[in-house]
Design a protein around this ligand. Structure first.
Ligand SMILES: [Zn+2]
Length: 142
């Protein structure tokens, strides 16, 4: 029997977007779309881990999808910045649009429509609180 350090011998790869996202979120990595259109990755938990070239290479195949999701959704009001942890929500959920709506919990000025496939929910992108009762997603049912 041989003992081998798998993490050192096989390069980091993700089979699909979901796998890349769960690895990022579990590991405490955050993403942000800079105004110049570049997707920035950094580590946000204590015991800061460097974002190595290996990590960047493994994420490159999903660059377009990251960029699409990190962009402000359709309907996002002008003059309101994305909340600091936008990546957590935007990468983990399918967000279809946004609208001006003040959150009763934290006062954030925008609500986003999250598509859970069988239903939709307007939620606050900052604290996650539901903005109004969920709506059945008729198109996904049919
Ligand atoms: Zn809120």
């Amino acid at each position: 029997m041989r003992i081998s350090a798998r993490t050192e011998t096989s390069p980091l790869t993700f089979k699909d977007f979901q796998e890349a996202v769960s690895w990022l979120l579990r590991g405490g990595y955050r993403l942000r779309l800079r105004p110049d259109g570049v997707v920035e990755v950094w580590h946000s938990l204590p015991g800061e881990r460097p974002v190595t070239q290996e990590v960047l290479d493994a994420l490159t195949p999903f660059y377009r999808e990251f960029k699409r999701r990190l962009t402000k959704p359709r309907g996002w009001p002008k003059g309101v910045e994305l909340p600091p942890w936008w990546a957590d929500m935007a990468l983990g959920f399918k967000i279809t649009r946004a609208r001006a709506s003040e959150c009763p919990g934290c006062g954030f000025l925008v609500a986003v429509l999250v598509d859970f496939h069988f239903w939709n929910e307007w939620r606050c992108p900052q604290c996650g609180r539901m903005a109004e009762p969920s709506v059945a997603n008729v198109t996904a049912r049919g």
